[in-house]
Design a protein around this ligand. Structure first.
Ligand code: PBG
Length: 327
């Protein structure tokens, strides 16, 4: 048969397949989310996230060491405090869990780039991401607290601040507070297009941060919407976000691509707890193969346009990249 174009020609051999790959990636683009908890000598597995742990500050070292050995040099840190109250005061306590963890990591592993999630839901007794007024989160009041928490994280050694609260105007408020305190060079990675998602379920177990009443739909985005993602992203960039994020990743590839095509800052995709849990659970049941599924999910997020990939599989992905399985 006379066929001028035979796409299979470039698939005949592994060498040529790899040569013509359109998506290339490197472990330097990976970020590993990590949970720190109070107490000592704790390494507690998270039931809905097998293979993920809550570490006390004295037990983080081994994991940090092995991450770096695998080529993962950046973590996104989440604090799980013992004490919670109405105003989430643990989040800006100079001796709070995240501040202590930051000081410890920066002392023991100064080469590790530490991003901090900036939100109040792990610290508030009601589990919402801000200060309540009746049953609603008071946006402008919350900004004052977010600014305070950001400064406190920076003072404890955070390299980058990642607000995940979805309040309006938070990037501007945080930028101003950081600048006023001399932290001119600490970047902000805004969770800009953050959707109200069922895929955060396992995280809320991990961080004990489920809202005590209602849901997060008055601040996180409605997943029916696409243009609204532009509104959020453009506003955050305008307010000074250095990087923006799309979250979740797996079902949101269209948005990763659209945002990548329309902003001139790096775009991060966060493959969230539910994405991890689904792969782990299906693999444990023998229904899918864990490694190929993990690799495919990651490559597809990069193909969609992610510059940075935040994943609970970061370490395995880094190993796979080094072994040439992807990238
Ligand atoms: C805090 C926060 C959440 C996640 C990251 N930061 C939970 C939420 O918004 O309810 C989710 C991460 C994940 O599911 O892996 N607001």
């Amino acid at each position: 048969m006379e066929l001028r174009k035979r796409p299979r020609r470039l698939r005949t051999d592994p060498i040529v397949r790899k040569m013509v790959r359109e998506t290339r990636m490197d472990p330097s683009s990976l970020v590993y989310p990590m949970f720190v908890t109070e107490g000592t000598n704790q390494k507690e597995e998270i039931p809905s996230m097998p293979g993920q742990y809550r570490y006390s500050t004295d037990c983080m070292g081994e994991k940090l060491q092995s991450l770096m050995a695998s080529g993962v040099h950046s973590i996104l840190l989440f604090g799980i405090p013992q004490h919670k109250d109405e105003t989430g005061s643990g989040a800006y306590d100079p001796d709070g869990i995240i501040q202590r963890a930051l000081r410890r990591i920066k002392e023991d592993f100064p080469q590790m780039y530490v991003m901090t999630d900036l939100c109040m839901c792990e610290y508030t007794s009601h589990g919402h991401c801000g200060i309540l007024c009746g049953n609603d989160v008071d946006n402008d009041k919350t900004l004052e607290y977010l600014a305070k928490i950001a400064v406190s994280q920076a003072q404890a050694g955070a390299d980058l601040i990642a607000p995940s609260d979805m309040m309006d105007g938070r990037v501007a408020a945080i930028r101003k507070a950081l600048d006023d305190h001399g932290f001119l060079n600490i970047p902000i990675m805004a969770y800009s297009a953050k959707y109200a998602s069922a895929f955060y379920g396992p995280f809320r177990d991990a961080a004990d941060s489920a809202p005590a009443f209602g849901d997060r739909k008055t601040y996180q985005m409605d997943y029916h919407n696409r243009l609204e993602a532009y509104k959020e992203v453009f506003q955050d960039v305008e307010e000074g976000a250095d990087l923006v994020m799309v979250k979740p990743a797996m079902a949101y590839g269209d948005l990763i691509r659209e945002i990548r095509n329309n902003v001139n800052v790096p775009v991060a995709a966060y493959s969230v707890s539910g994405e991890y849990a689904m792969i782990k659970a299906a693999a444990a049941a023998g229904w899918i193969q864990e490694e190929p599924a993990m690799l495919e999910a990651a490559v597809c997020a990069y193909r969609a346009g992610a510059d940075i990939y935040i994943s609970y599989f970061a370490q395995q992905l880094a190993e796979a990249m080094k072994e040439g399985k992807i990238g």
